[in-house]
Design a protein around this ligand. Structure first.
Ligand code: NAD
Length: 293
C-alpha cells in the first residue's frame, strides 16, 4: 500500500505555483488576487476559508475576504458578486458553500462571471469541461486528478466507481475520469443513495472515489485487492480527547481498507489539501487569462 500524501503533494504544488507567480510578476504580470465571500458563521466553512486565505499569503497572492451575516438577503449577496465581477483587480473569487437556506445557491453561482469562477461551478465552466474545452475545473476533482498524475497511476481502461453524484465532486469527477485523456479513459460507474448492490459494484472498482459524507462508510469488503482508493469525505465527529471537541473523519475506514489497496488517501492530509491547490491553480490561470482572454 502506498499513501497518496496530500500534505507532501500539495506543498510541492504550492512551491511550484509560488515560483510561477514570481516569474510572472518579474515579467511585469499583475499579482494574482483571489477574493472569497463567506456568509454566516458555519465552523467548517470558517476553517476552509481561513486556510484558503492563508495559502494565498504563502504563495504570494493578494486575498480579500468579504463577510456577511447569516441573515443577509439574496439581493445583497448578488450585489456583492456583481461588484467582484466588475472589480478589475480581482482575478477570481469564490462564494463559500453552503449558503443559508433562504439564498439560492444556483442563482448566486450563475451570477458569477465565468471568467472569474475559479471554483468552476458556473454552468458555462461545467459545460465547457464536459465538451473538453478550456475551463476552470472545480477544485476538488482537479486536486484528485493531480494526485493521480503525480503518483503516475494508470487510469486507461480501468473501472472507476464514484460514490456520490454531487455537483461539486461526484458528477464532475465521473465526467473527468471518462474523458479521452490522462487521467481518464476509464469505464465509469457513478453511484448514489438510490443505487442497489453498491457493495458489489464497488468490489469491481480499480479506482474507487468516495464522496458521500458518511464517516467510515467504506470498509474492506467494498474494496477489490489492489484498488486505488480516494477518500473525499470530511465529517466533523465529536471527540472529547481533542481541544477543538471534534475530529475529522473520511468516508473510508482507513485502517480496514489500507491493507487491501494499492494507493489510498488519508483523512485528514489527503484530498482536502489538494482542493486548495486546485483553487490556487485556477486563480493563477485567471490572473494570466489562460482560460478566458
Ligand atoms: P453531497 O453531500 O452533496 O451529496 C452526497 C452524495 O452521496 C449524494 O449524491 C448522495 O446520493 C450520495 N449518497 C448518500 N448516501 C449514500 C449511500 N448510502 N450510498 C451511496 N451514495 C450515497 O456530497 P459532497 O458535497 O460531494 O460531499 C461529500 C463529502 O465530501 C462530504 O463529507 C464533504 O464534506 C466532503 N467534501 C470534501 C471536499 C474536500 O476538499 N476534501 C470537498 C467537497 C466535499
Amino acid at each position: 500500500m502506498q499513501l497518496l500524501d496530500g500534505k507532501a503533494i500539495s506543498s510541492q504544488i504550492k512551491s511550484e505555483i509560488k515560483a510561477e507567480v514570481e516569474q510572472w510578476m518579474a515579467a511585469g504580470g499583475k499579482k494574482p488576487h483571489l477574493a472569497a465571500i463567506l456568509v454566516g458563521q458555519d465552523g467548517a466553512s470558517e476553517t476552509y476559508v481561513a486556510s484558503k486565505i492563508r495559502s494565498c499569503e504563502e504563495i504570494g497572492f493578494t486575498s480579500t475576504l468579504l463577510r456577511f451575516d447569516a441573515n443577509t438577503t439574496e439581493a445583497t449577496l448578488l450585489e456583492a458578486v456583481e461588484s467582484l465581477n466588475n472589480d478589475p483587480d480581482v482575478d477570481g473569487f469564490i462564494v463559500q458553500l453552503p449558503l443559508p437556506a433562504h439564498i439560492s445557491e444556483n442563482k448566486v453561482m450563475e451570477a458569477v462571471n465565468p471568467a472569474k469562477d475559479v471554483d468552476g461551478f458556473h454552468p458555462v465552466n461545467v459545460g465547457r469541461m464536459c465538451k473538453g474545452l478550456p475551463a476552470y475545473i472545480s477544485a476538488t476533482p482537479f486536486g484528485i486528478l493531480e494526485m493521480l498524475i503525480r503518483a503516475g497511476i494508470e487510469t486507461s481502461g480501468k473501472h472507476c466507481v464514484v460514490i456520490g453524484r454531487s455537483q461539486i465532486v461526484g458528477l464532475p469527477m465521473s465526467i473527468l475520469m471518462q474523458r479521452n485523456a490522462y487521467p481518464g479513459n476509464c469505464t465509469v460507474t457513478i453511484t448514489h443513495s438510490k443505487t442497489q448492490n453498491l457493495k458489489e459494484i464497488c468490489q469491481s472498482a480499480d479506482i474507487l472515489i468516495v464522496a458521500l459524507g458518511r464517516p467510515e462508510f467504506v470498509t474492506a469488503e467494498y474494496v477489490k485487492e489492489g484498488a486505488v482508493v480516494v477518500d473525499v469525505g470530511i465529517t466533523r465527529v465529536a471527540d472529547a480527547t481533542k481541544k477543538s471537541g471534534f475530529s475529522i473523519r473520511g468516508d473510508v475506514n482507513f485502517n480496514d481498507v489500507a491493507p487491501k489497496s494499492s494507493y489510498i488517501t488519508p483523512v485528514p492530509g489527503g484530498v482536502g489539501l489538494m482542493t486548495i491547490c486546485g483553487l490556487l491553480t485556477n486563480t493563477l490561470k485567471a490572473a494570466k487569462r489562460e482560460i478566458y482572454s
